[in-house]
Write a protein that binds this ligand. Structure first.
Ligand SMILES: [Zn+2]
Length: 270
């Protein structure tokens, strides 16, 4: 028990929307079962560069995944590699760009969709290609990966907030309602994961603006939440602390109880 992590990286989940609309996570904060931090996201506030930043703790200009059009595997130490090299089991239910970053590029939608292979960095991978892939299905797959393989590191990456945000803008009932739906889905998974001894992080890669876009530098696209749940460790509620995206990778490594690669220079949050 203890050295296991689920990272829920909700694509385009804004800080203010998460705090206002995610009542179960808010409950955990209110009863001191979770810590809430505000993350100032790295730039640019774009998906593929942030997937790599979150998993390497390295800024974009150093890891080189500068845009969504850079289709290649990661070239710097990352959470999946560090965990596998330490003998841990890794898994992901995620968009196919994660398969390209850590397993194989370019993505073959048939061969690479579902993998169970200990030699891969993401050993148990379930990947989707449609931005409108339903979050309810994605989270159910994540729940199944936990029950089947009990991976020490599991990435859960739903695209719903991003999809609704691009279609309707962040100042829309569709975007806000979807945050409530994600929170309801999580409320049915988090207690089981806590029971199984998982540390759980819920955060975002970037936010979303009212125009239905992200990529710039303003708080709406830059500020994302970090909810941190640690079974057996008393929570602190809303910490009021501001942390950096660059701290997520070393934090996950520390929670996994594995060596933190030297390239992850920012301090762990825990
Ligand atoms: Zn997007």
């Amino acid at each position: 028990m203890g050295n296991k992590v689920v990272l829920v990286l909700s694509d385009a989940l804004r800080y203010d929307t998460a705090v206002a609309s995610m009542g179960f996570l808010g409950h955990l904060v209110e009863v001191n079962k979770a810590n809430l931090y505000k993350v100032i996201g790295e730039l640019p506030s774009i998906s593929r560069p942030m997937y790599e930043t979150v998993h390497t703790g390295v800024p974009v200009i150093e890891h080189g995944v500068v845009s969504n059009q850079v289709v290649r595997r990661s070239e710097v130490p990352n959470i999946f590699q560090a965990a596998r090299d330490a003998g841990k089991t890794t898994a992901a239910a995620a968009y196919y760009w994660f398969s390209e970053l850590y397993n194989r590029a370019p993505f073959d939608p048939i061969d690479d969709r579902e993998v169970d292979d200990e030699s891969l960095l993401i050993q148990h991978g379930r990947f989707y290609v449609e931005d409108a892939y339903p979050d309810a299905e994605l989270f159910a797959i994540a729940g199944a990966l936990v029950r089947k393989f009990e991976p020490e590191y599991l990435l859960v990456h739903p695209m719903g907030m991003d999809d609704f945000g691009h279609k309707y803008g962040a100042d829309s009932k569709e975007y806000r309602i979807h945050a409530i739906r994600q929170d309801m889905i999580l409320s049915n998974l988090i207690p089981e994961w806590m029971e199984r001894g998982y540390n759980i992080l819920v955060t975002g890669d970037h936010g979303m603006n009212a125009d239905g876009m992200h990529g710039g530098t303003t708080p709406d696209v830059r500020e994302v939440p970090l909810f941190l749940i640690r079974p057996g460790v008393p929570g602190e509620g809303d910490t009021g602390e501001i942390v950096s995206h660059l701290q997520l990778a070393p934090t996950v490594c520390k929670l996994l109880g594995i060596p933190i690669p030297e390239t992850m220079k920012q301090p762990s949050i825990v």
